[in-house]
Design a protein around this ligand. Structure first.
Ligand code: SAM
Ligand code: SF4
Length: 476
């Protein structure tokens, strides 16, 4: 039966236009020059685990003296430490195909870019790529596709199932997320049934005029169809969705507020915010054709990440290898929950399975962090972070885990840290070079020690030993 809200006189919030540029600019214009007290009160509100409203986020956006910006960053650091602890979840993107019917002026895959050699990995090539990723220790992937008739819901579902079935040695992929074009509700149902984790769709810019300027042809040129795409996903049963804005197309202040507005929309309509927020910055791409007026510098970028952390304290935040190691290191401490490691964007690059001519193909855009997965893990450990490949919540049907981490007392100690320890143990035993392994064991000892009041700590120790003796995939 189809639910018809109007029949019951219930306003259907899903169909209300939820992005109103005038409203967003109104908040920004009316909160100029905030006082130190006001900014501090707002930071405190977030530290007390209360969600900020649009006006309060606008105040933080307008707090631009160096002292206030430092306070915002300190607030984000404190929130991260207080709530989330030191875990960082690792994943890798896998580009499946770069055929594209759209003409997004910032993207190397756009249809008018003659330099791009169009390719879709064959099933065998996908398997080889995944084997190479498993050989590095990856357990979580995001599959990425251009927008093309060939990459329809059935094809996406097919590649997801393919990914879950590749097992090499002790390697396996335990969570497959998707970054692909919007689908209709039926299409979302098809990919949902294939067992996807998160479906990510970035709005790119929430400013309709700018959107029209940069999306000149193809299905993506319809602003509203894209804006409502994750509502269709929800309707199809995918409650794990990821939103994002591509910073550099329009004024960052507007995009930050619009991301929060989009989050409010999900909370109002589905009682759950987005699983993750992404905030990619435009990077150089083959044939890049954009105005540089709104490009975001490092200083503003770090402020954006800190404001988002305080604004939506219980949403996962993803930072990718588009950013340099230096920028990544700084903003990770503001509460980024996931980063990619060992990333390669050229088709077929993980396994180097394509021959030289095919490999002349350009990636979608340039990345700035070329460290291997192990280098990243090694550095995270040296800086006191706990790398994690955990996929437990999603596999146990505990959706909304960021919300639970945030709001259920002891959730992180009971589940997240032990699962991070167990997945890091697997990584050490199966993939880590000796030097990294030594550091990682030390970290694990320290982490277990800190969990000593945790009721299952003996069970945790036992499971670490079981993994050393060959067991895999243990979680709480
Ligand atoms: N084709 C699908 C789409 O457009 O939604 C999914 C894949 S697209 C390759 C993934 C994301 O890459 C886009 O949503 C966009 O935000 C980002 N992207 C495109 N060009 C970029 C560039 N030059 N620098 C950084 N990110 C870029
Ligand atoms: Fe195609 Fe996506 Fe690139 Fe746009 S961003 S050209 S839709 S791959």
């Amino acid at each position: 039966m189809i639910f018809k809200p109007e029949k019951y006189n219930i306003p259907d919030k899903r169909v209300e236009p939820f992005i109103d540029p005038e409203e967003i600019w109104g908040y920004i214009e009316s909160t100029k020059n905030p006082s130190v007290e006001e900014v501090n009160q707002i930071i405190d509100k977030s530290l007390n685990k209360q969600r900020l409203n649009l006006r309060e986020v606008a105040v933080l956006i307008n707090a631009d003296s160096p002292d206030l910006v430092e306070q915002i960053k300190n607030g984000a650091r404190e929130l991260k430490e207080k709530v989330y602890g030191n875990r960082i979840v690792l994943f890798a993107p896998l580009y499946i195909g770069n055929k594209c019917m759209n003409n997004c002026l910032y993207c190397g895959f756009r249809t008018s870019n003659q330099e791009a050699i169009r390719r879709t990995l064959s099933d065998d090539e996908i398997i080889k790529e995944i084997e190479a990723l498993e050989d590095n220790g990856q357990k979580r992937l995001i599959l990425v596709y251009g927008e093309h008739k060939q990459y329809n819901a059935e094809y996406i579902a097919h590649t997801v199932k393919l990914a879950y079935n590749v097992k090499k040695g002790n390697g396996e992929i335990r969570r497959v997320n998707i970054n692909a074009a919007p689908l209709d509700t039926e299409g979302f149902r098809t990919v949902h049934a294939a067992g996807i984790g998160t479906y990510q769709i970035f709005q790119e810019t929430y400013h309709p005029e700018t959107y029209n300027k940069y999306h000149v042809s193809g299905p993506k040129s319809n602003f509203e169809y894209r804006l409502t795409s994750l509502d269709r996903a929800q309707e199809a049963g995918i409650d794990d969705v990821g939103i994002g804005a591509l910073f550099g197309l329009y004024d960052w202040r507007y995009e930050v507020l619009a991301l929060v507005r989009h989050t409010n929309h999900f909370e109002a309509c589905y009682n759950v915010g987005p699983h993750t927020i992404s905030f990619p910055r435009i990077k150089d791409a083959s044939g890049l054709a954009i105005d540089d007026k709104y490009l975001v510098n490092d200083e503003d970028f770090t402020k954006i990440v800190a404001i988002l952390r305080l604004a939506v304290p219980y949403t996962g935040m993803i930072l990718t290898a588009r950013e340099s190691a230096q920028v990544r290191d700084e903003v990770i401490s503001f509460g980024v929950s996931q980063i990619d490691g060992g990333t390669k964007l050229e088709l077929g690059a993980y396994s180097a399975s394509l021959n030289e001519k095919q490999n002349l193909n350009k990636e979608q855009f340039a990345i700035n962090d070329n460290r291997s997965l192990n280098e990243i893990i090694d550095e995270l450990i040296s800086k006191g972070f706990l790398p994690s490949f955990c996929t437990a919540c999603y596999r146990l049907g505990r959706t909304g885990e960021h919300f639970m981490e945030f709001s259920v007392p002891g959730f992180i100690k009971r589940y997240c840290t032990p699962n991070a320890i167990l997945t890091l143990t697997e990584y050490i035993v199966d993939y880590a070079p000796e030097e990294t392994a030594k550091k990682a064991w030390k970290l694990i000892e320290k982490e277990i020690e800190e969990l000593k009041d945790f009721r299952n700590v003996d069970e945790l120790r036992k499971r670490v030993e079981m993994i050393k003796n060959g067991k895999r995939d243990l979680y709480f």
